[in-house]
Design a binder for this molecule. Structure first.
Ligand code: GLC
Length: 743
């Protein structure tokens, strides 16, 4: 009888809780479930606040604090989720504490930063973005999730979808570059790969869209710095990829460290409630970034941790990562009415519902299968996928014709500090990845089936950092007796990633001096750049006969690069971000405005520098191939359309070289006259197509009303009539266009 009363009371509570409070719009679908309601009815306030608390273990540190005593926190119901804890063994140990020693036996959620691989490492996300291959990117996200889920994890703090125009910002390596359209399509692909059709399957994870919002726009590219952008730039450039990820079904969102419009994201009601819940109907939960609630005291918007916690929960945060503000401080706010119990219950409900949907109440150990872990981790199909993704991510920036290597006996000098390096190949945010599992460039070149044509010698020549040139004389001697040099230079993996911004983005140490010295030998040089950000490559370009942008390619780096250098794979990558000529040009991006005084080299009073061209060294969308592609003129059925009808744009692309190859055909639009200033180009479509040598392929795009939408002067989304240019080409510099008019 008592249980029935409890259930009835619970249902009444639920009805009351879900009714609009003081005119508050019901945001999203606050689903309810009798089991959850019954459980919540038993929970103390401390236990509810515990479910809203996420702590790191002391296994790894991904932020400024580490927490000891988390096992007691589990026993006492003071936390409902942990991160930086993985493997079946460790997650099982922790889950058993929750299931056998806590009062209510609510299963734990395990999260981890599985960003571009769990154990099998894939290229850094910026590298994957250079593939422009959404299917490959989705598969990469799937495989990393499959390995992580097999290791006891339920939740990854990915995808990171922060658009950035800042190569000085270390976390540029973690996203998809500068473009909103490409970034949005990649965000969708990564959510699909991580969650699949059903995130509760044993080979999928909960996704977490981060960092909400506009974390990629820190002033001066300095990590954690303020973000000062207009609502227009925010909504046009930075916001869409988060929305795309949420519309793709992402179940959790992580707040960013920065303030937006003067309010830190973790306390920003405009972001977390007005946009996320009310505009987008998001019904998952919001977790803060690492101690970012407490950091609102540093931001100067909260006197103390209690006020910060109250501000966060009232803004729309559901789960507190590592501040302990919810668990230890906000009860005062609940007792004095500054925090409504409905808010707490709504957050707890969202979190428990996802635990239930993950199947953790039925079987808290359903992701803890030791046999599955053993057979899944580093499985051959995972390594094959990693190599495939790596090949597709490499961008050919220059080729005088020495690539692919001629299949004739040659002595190859493999040089540079990254030529036989393994540890850096996993890049930043490498989860459980290990450098020792990687194939170095030198190994890949020697173990490849085509290696039989060549003899090899290897010497580092210098370190990544420092000014020691003592090996130069030796390496120059070896170069003189070699037929060709393959030089691997670049950054250390920890020179990008979080808290790794740089004011100078050039190759460190004496590596460029080494390249120049080798250049003086007159031997042909293939330079392979390994890095986590765009670098200033002007001199590297001029001193190299061929130049490959190889990012951090992950576990299969050497095998992928060998396939490219020997010609088994024709490089197809295109830059997802502009490369500046120098740091003074930053921010520099392709979709800039025309200004009132557009560049005219012959007119003093037009927008330019005195000391450098306006253009980047390499433009967004740039990448070469071993073959050449010739574009016809883009064609449309007619020149005038109503804004309601789709516009089909076709173009013939011909492979006019000697290799089969993939080309990323890109479509951009320009709104010539609008009620507000518009960029000179905006990416609105791309297709990566394989075209055999000598063949021509017709590529067709369909533009819809959505592609022409802008925010007018009142920030209303509209489609305005007028003339548009539609460009189609192999990079954002294309002038190959057709004109269309919308009525
Ligand atoms: C870090 C990062 C965030 C990550 C989190 C947990 O500070 O900003 O991307 O998911 O903390 O490691």
């Amino acid at each position: 009888m008592r249980d029935r009363i409890v259930i009835i009371m619970t249902m009444i509570t639920v009805l009351v809780a879900c009714s609009p409070k003081n005119g508050e719009k019901i945001t999203g679908k606050t689903k309810t479930d009798p089991f959850i309601e019954q459980l919540m009815a038993k929970m103390t306030l401390d236990e509810k606040l515990g479910q809203m608390t996420l702590y790191t273990t002391d296994w790894e540190s991904t932020g400024p604090t580490i927490r000891s005593g988390y096992q007691d926190d589990i026993r006492l119901g003071r936390c409902g989720a942990l991160f930086n804890s993985h493997t079946v063994e460790f997650t099982t140990l922790l889950q058993k504490i929750a299931m056998e020693e806590s009062r209510l036996k609510i299963p734990l959620l395990f999260g981890y930063d599985v960003i571009h691989g769990y154990k099998t490492m894939f290229p850094i996300p910026l590298g994957e973005a250079a593939s422009w291959d959404l299917a490959a990117i989705e598969n990469s996200a799937y495989i990393m999730s499959k390995e992580a889920a097999a290791s006891g994890l339920h939740w990854t703090f990915a995808p990171m979808v922060d658009i950035t125009r800042e190569p000085r910002w270390g976390r540029v390596m973690e996203g998809a570059g500068e473009d909103t359209y490409l970034g949005s399509r990649i965000a969708e692909a990564r959510v699909r790969g991580i969650q699949g059709e059903n995130f509760a399957k044993a080979d999928r994870l909960l996704a977490c869209v981060k960092h909400f919002a506009a974390y990629g726009a820190p002033i001066a590219g300095r990590d954690y710095n303020s973000v000062e952008i207009s609502e227009r730039v925010f909504r046009e450039t930075y916001l869409p990829p988060y929305e795309a990820a949420i519309k793709a079904g992402a179940k959790t969102v992580m707040t960013s460290f920065n303030d937006y419009n003067g309010v830190p994201a973790s306390g920003n009601k405009y972001l977390l409630t007005d946009i996320l819940r009310n505009e987008w109907g998001f019904n998952g939960y919001v977790v803060t970034d690492y101690t970012s609630i407490n950091e609102m005291v540093n931001h100067g918007v909260a006197k103390n941790q209690t006020d910060a916690g109250i501000m966060a929960v009232n803004a729309g945060v559901d789960m507190d990562m590592q501040s302990a503000a919810f668990q230890e401080k906000i009860k005062a706010g609940i007792n004095d009415g500054r925090v409504k119990m409905e808010k707490i219950d709504a957050s707890v409900r969202r979190i428990l519902m996802l635990k239930k949907e993950l199947g953790l109440f039925e079987n808290p150990y359903r992701f803890s299968d030791k046999k599955r872990e053993t057979t899944t981790i580093m499985a051959k199909e995972n390594l094959d996928a990693s190599k495939d993704m790596a090949k597709k991510s490499v961008v050919l920036l220059k080729n005088s014709g020495i690539l692919p290597l001629a299949k004739k006996p040659m002595k190859i000098l493999v040089a540079g500090p990254l030529a036989d390096d393994k540890n850096n190949l996993i890049g930043a945010w490498s989860a459980s990845g290990e450098g020792r599992h990687c194939v170095s460039l030198y190994e890949g070149l020697r173990q490849h089936p085509a290696a039989g044509n060549y003899s090899f010698e290897h010497i580092k020549g210098c370190e990544i950092e420092g000014n020691d040139q003592t090996q130069f004389s030796i390496i120059l001697e070896k170069a003189k007796t070699s037929d060709i040099i393959i030089l691997a230079i670049g950054e250390h993996k920890d020179m990008s990633g979080e808290a790794a911004s740089k004011s100078v983005i050039r190759i460190p140490g004496v590596q460029e001096d080494l390249l120049k010295a080798l250049k003086s030998t007159g031997k042909p040089i293939v330079t392979v750049i390994m890095n986590g950000r765009p670098l200033i490559l002007n001199d590297v370009h001029s001193n190299s006969d061929a130049l490959l942008e190889a990012w951090w390619l992950g576990t299969q780096s050497g095998n992928a690069l060998a396939d490219i250098i020997y010609g088994d794979y024709n490089p197809s990558g295109k830059l997802p971000i502009s490369y500046p000529r120098n740091e003074g040009q930053i921010p520099i991006y392709y979709n800039h405005k025309n200004t009132g005084r557009p560049l005219n080299p012959n007119d003093k009073y037009t927008t330019k520098y005195l000391d450098v061209p306006n253009t980047p060294f390499y433009p967004f969308g740039f990448g070469l191939s071993y073959t050449t592609f010739t574009y016809g003129v883009p064609t449309v059925a007619k020149s005038t359309f109503s804004s309601q009808e789709p516009i089909t744009v076709s173009i013939d692309v011909r492979n006019t070289g000697n290799f089969d190859g993939e080309e990323v055909v890109q479509l951009y639009i320009r709104d010539l006259v609008a009620s507000v200033t518009r960029p000179v180009k905006e990416l609105r479509g791309f297709q990566k197509v394989m075209i055999k040598k000598g063949e021509t392929k017709k590529v067709t795009f369909t533009l819809t009303k959505k592609d022409f939408e802008i925010y007018n002067q009142n920030m209303e989304k509209v489609v305005e009539p007028g003339e548009f240019h539609v460009f189609v080409g192999g990079n954002s510099d294309t002038q190959n266009k057709v004109s269309v008019t919308l009525q």
